[in-house]
Design a binder for this molecule. Structure first.
Ligand code: SAH
Length: 407
C-alpha cells in the first residue's frame, strides 16, 4: 500500500513494531535496521516494518537512545499546522472535561507523550502560554506549533522557555526564555480553585507554577479545615510559592504555616501569595534554607507539627541515579516523620519518574522502621488530570503523593 504523505524511511528490524502498534510512542535505536545518515536531528521520518508496511510517522534523533518519537500512526496524516491544531484542540477538550475552568485558569494544556505530542509541554497561565520543547523534533516543528497554539487558544502571549536541562539529552542547548507571540501583562496572577497566585513565567520554577499538585492541594484542605484547635501548625518543606500553605490557611485562618525553601525568590512570591488571598504573611514563617538541615535542627529541638508536607524536587533523572534517589527519599522521610505530632498528617511526595509507587512506599517503610513511627495510608494521588498519562506509555506516571496519619 502506498501512502499519501512520505518522509525519509526507517526500516525496523523484524518483529520490532508491536510496541508502536500498541500505542507506545518511542522507538529505540536498537530496533532500527540502519540508522539513516541523511536525516538531520529532529527530522520527520516514516517507520516501516521489515516487510515494508507502514507503522508510524514521527521525528528522529540519532543522538539519543529514543531514536524516534511517534506523532501519528495514520499514513495519510501530514505533520503540519493543521495536525497540531487538531491535537491541541483535543488536549483543550480534555481539560474542559476534567477541570472546572470557571474556578481555575492555570493548567497544563499539552503534556507531551500524555497528549500524544512527545517532547512538547505547554502550560496555560490565565491565557499566557509557556511552551517548552524537550526534543530536536519539537524544536524543528515550533514554526507550525506556535501558530497552531495561537489559532486554537488565541492566547494573550506565548513565551518559549527552552531553558531546561532535559534538552541536553537530545544534544540541544539551553536557551534564554523569549516572547514569541502577543504581549505579556505586567503582573501575571492566576486563579486555582478560586485562590490567587502570582506567577513569574520568565524565571519561575518548572514553567512558573506546579499545577500538578492542584488536586493534592485541594485534598489537603479537608485535613486543614478539620484541625479546629487554636494553635494548629503546618510545616511545608520545599514550599516553592506556598501553594499548599495558602490552600490550608484559606480554610483555617488560625493555622500557622512554616514554609521552607532554599530559594529566597520563591519565598518572596510565597509571601505575596498570602497577601493576594487576604492572608497576613506576618502570621506565617518563611525560611530560605536547606530543608534537610532545617529538619535535622527542628528534630533536635523537639519541634512537632499537626501537618507536615514533604514535596522535594526530583532526586533522579535516569535509572542510573535510582539508588541514590531511593536513599534520598528514605532519608528525607526519616527526618520528616519525627516532626509529625502523633495523630497528625504527613503528605509525602515524589516526582521522580524512574521510581514507582511501590518503591516509594518501601522508602516510607524504611523511615517508619528507623523512627518507630507508623503511617496509616489515607489517600494516594498521581499526576492529576491535566498531566494525563498515555496508558500505553506508563513512563509518564511520575508523581506520587501519599497522605497518611502518623502514629
Ligand atoms: N510544593 C511546591 C513545589 C515544590 S518544587 C508547590 O506545590 O508549588 C521543589 C522546591 O524545592 C523548589 O521550590 C526548590 O527551590 C526547592 N528545593 C530544592 N532543593 C531544596 C533543598 N535542599 N532545601 C530546600 N528547598 C529545596
Amino acid at each position: 500500500m502506498r501512502f499519501m504523505v512520505s518522509n525519509p524511511i526507517i526500516m525496523l528490524r523484524k518483529g520490532r513494531e508491536w510496541q508502536l502498534q500498541r500505542g507506545h510512542p518511542w522507538l529505540f535505536s536498537g530496533a532500527i535496521q540502519q540508522i539513516p545518515k541523511s536525516v538531520a536531528p529532529g527530522g520527520l521520518v516514516d517507520l516501516l516494518d521489515a516487510t515494508g508496511q507502514f507503522v508510524a510517522r514521527g521525528y528522529f534523533n540519532p543522538q539519543t537512545d529514543i531514536a524516534v518519537r511517534v506523532l501519528t500512526r495514520n499514513p495519510a496524516e501530514a505533520i503540519d499546522q493543521a495536525f497540531f491544531q487538531r491535537q491541541i484542540q483535543q488536549a483543550l477538550d480534555l481539560r474542559r472535561l476534567a477541570l472546572d475552568l470557571s474556578q481555575t485558569d492555570v493548567f497544563r494544556l499539552v503534556n507531551a507523550e500524555g497528549d500524544f505530542l512527545p517532547g512538547l509541554i505547554v502550560d496555560n497561565y490565565a491565557g499566557v502560554l509557556v511552551v517548552q520543547s524537550h526534543t530536536a523534533g519539537i524544536d524543528r516543528l515550533l514554526d507550525v506549533i506556535i501558530p497552531a497554539l495561537s489559532e486554537v487558544i488565541q492566547p494573550k502571549a506565548i513565551i518559549l522557555r527552552n531553558d531546561v536541562a532535559v534538552r541536553t539529552r537530545e544534544g540541544l542547548e539551553k536557551k534564554e526564555a523569549r516572547l514569541v507571540a502577543g504581549d505579556l501583562p505586567a503582573d501575571l496572577t492566576i486563579c486555582e480553585n478560586g485562590l490567587s497566585f502570582g506567577i513569574d513565567p520568565w524565571k519561575g520554577q518548572k514553567t512558573g507554577f506546579f499545577a500538578d499538585q492542584r488536586d493534592k492541594r485541594r485534598a489537603l484542605q479537608k485535613y486543614a479545615a478539620n484541625l479546629t484547635k487554636p494553635d494548629a501548625t503546618l510545616l511545608n518543606c520545599f514550599s516553592y510559592s506556598a501553594g499548599f500553605s495558602v490552600y490550608a490557611a484559606a480554610v483555617n485562618r488560625g493555622l500557622r504555616t512554616i514554609n521552607i525553601d532554599q530559594s529566597a525568590s520563591a519565598l518572596e512570591l510565597a509571601r505575596r501569595n498570602f497577601t493576594l488571598n487576604g492572608l497576613n504573611p506576618a502570621a506565617h514563617g518563611f525560611e530560605a534554607t536547606d530543608a534537610f538541615k532545617w529538619l535535622e535542627q527542628a528534630r533536635e529541638q523537639g519541634q512537632q507539627f499537626d501537618i507536615v508536607i514533604l514535596d522535594p524536587p526530583a532526586f533522579a533523572k535516569s535509572n542510573s541515579e535510582k539508588k541514590k534517589a531511593l536513599q534520598g527519599y528514605t532519608r528525607l522521610n526519616r527526618l520528616g516523620l519525627p516532626l509529625v505530632k502523633p495523630g497528625g498528617v504527613l503528605l509525602t511526595c515524589s516526582c521522580t519518574g524512574v521510581i514507582g509507587l511501590d518503591e516509594f512506599e518501601n522508602c516510607l517503610r524504611e523511615a517508619m522502621a528507623a523512627t518507630g513511627r507508623s503511617i496509616q495510608m489515607l489517600e494516594i494521588f498521581e499526576n492529576g488530570a491535566d498531566h494525563p498519562v498515555n496508558l500505553a506509555a506508563p513512563e509518564g506516571r511520575y508523581l506520587k503523593a501519599l497522605f497518611g496519619r502518623v502514629g
